[in-house]
Ligand binder design. Structure first.
Ligand SMILES: [Zn+2]
Length: 199
């Protein structure tokens, strides 16, 4: 979905709702919806999230806070650097195909520690190298571009992962083709709190 105005109506509505929540979050004018004990019982028999979010594990990037939402609203996959692996893809497929989520958001962010580590290069102990390897293509893509390498790469990575999701077969590409779900890439600024839609 490279043209946001061409998004299916339901996806557009959800995106507008989330961006409105982000506008409240930026100045601290939260409503904290859906965080009461009543909401907890309301959704105890089943979930009907309005969107799925693939974002970084970074403790500063909490989707419910950033979008001023609450329990049962967002189906989340969080992995360092919001990289897309098989388990994450399967989880997002479940959200799109079985929970009928009309919108999948890939949310990268500024000052991403995983991207900083990947940009620094060198050896990484344990399984950290797998995260770094997943982020390398985005870093290579923006090498030599003007501006901050890490933030440029985080944007490029969100775009790349969103494209990968849109094209992933057999489930999500089909749901996107029939307009049942849409995939957007977005970028969260740790300092301002703002979420920018990339594509
Ligand atoms: Zn990060």
């Amino acid at each position: 979905m490279s043209d946001a105005s061409a998004m299916p109506e339901k996806a557009r509505e959800v995106l507008d709702l989330l961006l409105a929540g982000n506008q409240r979050y930026i100045p601290g004018a939260y409503r904290h919806p859906h965080q009461s004990p009543e909401r907890r019982s309301e959704i105890s028999e089943g979930q009907h999230p309005i969107a799925a979010v693939l974002t970084c594990s970074d403790s500063r990037v909490s989707p419910e806070l950033i979008f001023d939402r609450g329990l049962g609203d967002l189906f989340e996959v969080r992995v360092a650097g919001n990289a897309l692996g098989d388990l994450g893809l399967g989880s997002l497929e479940f959200a799109a195909a079985h929970l009928d989520v009309p919108l999948l958001i890939v949310l990268g962010h500024s000052k991403c520690g995983a991207m900083i580590g990947a940009a620094a290069g060198g050896e990484h102990e344990g399984h950290i190298g797998s995260v770094v390897a997943a982020l390398r293509p985005a870093l290579d893509e923006v090498q030599g571009h003007p501006g901050d390498l890490v933030d440029n790469a985080a944007r490029a990575n969100a775009r790349r992962v969103a494209r990968e999701l849109r094209e992933s077969e057999p489930l999500i590409s089909e749901l996107v083709a029939v307009g049942r779900t849409a995939v957007v890439a977005a970028y969260y600024d740790i300092d301002t709190g703002g979420v920018e839609i990339l594509e």
